[in-house]
Design a protein around this ligand. Structure first.
Ligand SMILES: Nc1ncnc2c1ncn2[C@@H]1O[C@H](COP(=O)(O)OP(=O)(O)OP(=O)(O)O)[C@@H](O)[C@H]1O
Ligand SMILES: [Mg+2]
Length: 267
């Protein structure tokens, strides 16, 4: 067992991380939600953020995604201080988030959902027809890249399974070629086989060089089997950091609840 003094990051020399958050503090009125939280995300890496309810995971990823500001600490992207005041600033840096509710419109098909809110509208009837065709081509490209080529682009997503809907939400996040994708509980409502499919999709995105951040309570299956590094948060700070392949679900849970003080396998 190797010990690292670098919770929140990785002591492996792999160049400048895509994202580096250091010692982030964030209060909501009298609630001190983040008390010096840190996390690094490298290209090609899947990082799990785990912790008990209220540990600060969602707050940390919302700061990363520009939903919340922060009170103090350092947030760098590609080694440069990030200037993020809202979610569109984060999007401009190449950070996309897939929220747990997926934010899909059930009565619309996959193409419409992929381009929701950002359709390229042409002028007049003919122009719109052309744009729909372009959207379909682009949607097909992305789905093929994600090895989801056989998913219907024209069926309402409300008629699809939870796993298919999750995959469409992920496809939407990568449509504009982001550098980092944040996923909040991607496997929470999924069957074992659907979760496996989402896992392999996320791994293929990491293999293309994206950095992936996943908030998950699915410690014993998804987190230990399908991620590269695990950051354990407790009371708004980092409690431990593990390489996923070196740890058991039980060790992670112990660190979440405080039974594993000081143990750290991330080196
Ligand atoms: N918008 C907000 N206003 C006030 N307090 C908040 C807000 N968002 C989060 N908090 C508080 O900050 C703390 C951390 O919450 P957060 O949602 O980040 O936890 P979490 O680790 O995501 O928990 P869970 O596993 O339950 O989703 C909690 O005490 C929560 O009540
Ligand atoms: Mg949360």
């Amino acid at each position: 067992m190797s010990v690292s003094n670098n919770p929140g990051g990785s002591s492996q020399k792999r160049g400048v991380p895509l994202i580096s958050m250091r010692n982030i503090q964030k209060s909501f009125g009298s609630v001190h939600a983040l008390r010096g939280a840190s996390v690094d995300v490298h290209a090609g890496e899947i990082v799990a953020l785990v912790g008990d309810n209220g540990a600060g995971k969602s707050t940390l990823v919302k700061v990363m995604a520009g939903v919340h500001g922060f009170d103090s600490g350092d947030y760098e992207i590609d080694g440069v201080p990030a200037k993020i005041n809202n979610p569109s600033d984060a999007t401009a840096y190449g950070i996309q988030t897939v929220y747990q509710d997926l934010s899909l419109c059930n009565n619309l098909d996959a193409v419409q959902n992929l381009f929701l809110g950002r359709e390229m509208t042409g002028s007049g009837w003919f122009g719109r027809r052309i744009k729909r065709a372009e959207c379909e081509v682009r949607a097909r490209e992305v789905m093929t890249r994600m090895r989801l080529g056989n998913l219907s682009l024209t069926r309402p997503v409300g008629a699809m399974s939870g796993g298919q809907r999750q995959n469409i939400a992920i496809a939407r996040s990568i449509l504009w070629t982001p550098k980092v994708v944040i996923l909040d509980e991607p496997t929470a409502a999924l069957s074992h086989s659907a979760a496996e499919q989402v896992s392999s999709l996320i791994r293929s995105l990491a293999d293309e060089g994206l950095g992936i951040v996943i908030v998950s309570h699915d410690i014993h299956h998804f987190v230990v089997n399908s991620t590269d590094r695990i950051e354990v948060m407790r009371l708004g700070a980092n409690a431990a950091s593990f390489r996923s392949k070196d740890v058991t679900g039980e060790q992670v849970v112990n660190a979440m609840v405080g039974g594993n003080e000081g143990v750290n396998l991330a080196g």
